[in-house]
Design a binder for this molecule. Sequence first.
Ligand code: WTA
Length: 647
Amino acid sequence: MNAKCYAVSDFEHQHQGALSFEQYQAMYKESVENPDAFWAEHGKRIDWIKPFTKVKNTSFNKDDLHIKWFEDGTLNVSANCIDRHLAEHADQTAIIWEGDSPDQQQHVSYQQLHDEVCKLANGLKKLGVQKGDRVIIYMPMVPQAAYAMLACARIGAVHSVVFAGFSPHAIADRIIDCQASVVITADVNRRGGKALPLKHNVDEALARDDVTTIKHCVVFNNDDKQLDLPSSQVWWHELTKDCAPVCAPEEMNAEDPLFILYTSGSTGKPKGLVHTSGGYLVWASMTHQKIFNYSPGEIYWCAADVGWITGHTYIVYGPLANRATTVMFEGVPTYPDERRIGQIIDKHQVSILYTAPTAIRALMAKGELAAQDSTRDSLRVLGTVGEPINPEAWQWYYEKVGKTKCQIIDTWWQTETGGAMITPLAGTTPLKPGSATLPFFSVQPALVDSDGKELAGEAEGNLVLKGSWPGQARSIYGNHQRFIETYFSAYENVYFTGDGCKRDADGFYWITGRVDDVLNVSGHRLGTAEIESSLVAHEMIAEAAVVGYPHDIKGQGIYVYVTPIAGTEVSEELTKSVRDWVRKDLSPIATPDMIQWAPGLPKTRSGKIMRRILRKVAANEYDQLGDTSTLADPSVVDNLIENRLNR
Ligand code: WTA
C-alpha cells in the first residue's frame, strides 16, 4: 500500500478540460452533501421529454427499501443515444466495427444507426412486441447487437443480453426467468478465424419443454451462406426489408426498466438485475465522460463484450449518449496474433482503450510481440476493469502499451452499480498502481468489519456503499425480496458489494477481491454454486465443491473437488468428461482448471462444507489450514492434501 504515487503531471498527455483535483474534491463534497441539487444539474446532461421535478427518493433501510431517481421525468434512451446527435452530426461515425478478420471493417454513421435501429424497432412491433415485453439478445460482437439493444429501448421493450459464450441451458434459464417473448440471435459467431454456430444453442434452448414463452426468433445472417430457417424463425433482413427507417421513440418514465442483465451470486441461479432508464443513462453518460475526460467524436474502444455490463454501459449506452465513436471488435486479442490490439489502435486512431487485466496479462505472457508493428501514438488514456490489476500488469500496460504517456484508469464497479464507482478521473486524479483510487460523485464507500462496525482511516474490511447513486440496479427481476436480502441485509442501511477492500493513509481504495462465493475468472463473474450444480448433474458425480485459486493469467482459476458416486472407477477419461460436461452445460468460461477426485469433502458435524480448507488446499497453502477440530471426519483433509493438484 506504500506504492509509488504518480501525479497527473507525470504523464505526457495532459487533458484539456479535465477537472483539477481541487475541483473534483469540491464537486464530490457537493454531490454527497447536496445530492438533489447536484443531480438536478447533472441530470440535464441527457434530453428529457418531460423534465423531472423530483431528483432523489431513496432509502437503503431493508424494511423500507426504495430507489428512485428523477421519478417524474420521461425520456427515451435510444433518442438520447441517436436522435439528438442527428441535427448536426448525422454523418459522424457512431460505431466502428472491426471484424474478426483484420480485413473486415465497417463505419456506421449516426444516421445509419438511426435508420437500422428504427427498422428493427418497426420489425419488432410487427412481431407484436410491446412496451415492457422482454427480448433476449444472444449475439456476436457485430453492430446488430447494438441495434437490437437500441431498438428495444426505442419501443420500450426490456432487453436481456445473454453472453454469446453461454450454453443452451443458460439461455433457457434466462428465458424462463424473465418470460421473454422474442429472441434475437445470429447464425454464426466469428472468433479467431472460425465461424462458430450460434443459433443452434438457441434452437436447443427453445426445444426444451419448459421454455414456453418465446413467440418469435429473429436471426441475423452473419455467415457467408444462409441456412434454412424453420418456419418459426425469421431472418432479420426479411423482417426489416419493408420496415420504415423511422420509428417514433416511446415515451418512457425514468424508472421504467431499460434492461435486465443476469449475473452470478454466491448462491443459486444467476440473478436478473433490473436497470431503469433515466438514472442509468445519466450515470452511464456522466461516468463515461468524466472518467475518460471524453470529448465528442474521439475514437474510443472498450474491448469488452456486449454480453456483460461493461459492454452495455461503456460500448453502447454511455459512449453513444456522449456522441462518441465507439469501436466494436468481433474477434479476440490474439488473432491472427498478439499484435492485433496495437494494430487496431493504429488503424482506427484509438484515443482511449478500456480493457480487462486478464487481457493485459495474457498479452504480457506472450512477450514483446504485442508491442511490435504498431506505434499506438494515438492513445491518450488506458482504462481497466473487471478484477484487481496487479502492479506488474499495471506497469506493463503503462510502459509497453501506453509508452509511459497515458494514465491508467482502474475502474471498480459491478453489474449492480450500472457504471464505474471507484475510479480515477483522467487528468484529475493521482494514481497508485493497483488502486482504483477514489470514489466517483455521490459514491460513499465505507469499510466494515464482520459485525458491521464501520472502520475509520487506514483499514481493511468489507466494502459497503452508503447512500444511493442514479445508476444503481433497482431490483432482481421477479424477486425483489432476494434483492433486499442479497444487498441490504448483511449490514444495516448500506449496500453490500461482496468485495473486500483496503483504504490507505491517503484515503485511496484497493479492492482485494470477492469475500463471498463468487469467482472472478478472467474478469468473468461466476458463482461457485452454479458450477457445483452443473457438476452434480453429471451422472458419475455424487458431490462437488468449487473454489477459486490464484491463477497467473486468469486472476482466479476454477478448482473443483468431486466425489464420485459409490463404485465409480476414477480415470482420466472420466475427468475429461467432467470438464467437457461443465463446458457444455454452462459455458467454456466455466471450464474447471483443476479437477481433484476426493472420496470425502471436509464437513462440519452439521454437514456444512468447510470451504476455507478447500481454498487453502487449492492454493497450495495446506500448512495454513487453521482449526480443523470441528470437522466431522478430520482424516479427509489428509487425503485432500496428498492428492492436491496445484503444487
Ligand atoms: C470485480 C464488472 C478490482 C469485483 C464491471 C466486483 C474489480 C466484480 C474491478 C463485479 C477493479 C470489477 N478492481 N476488482 N477495477 N472491477 N471488479 O458484475 O470483485 O462482472 O465485485 O462487473 O468484479 O463484476 P461484474
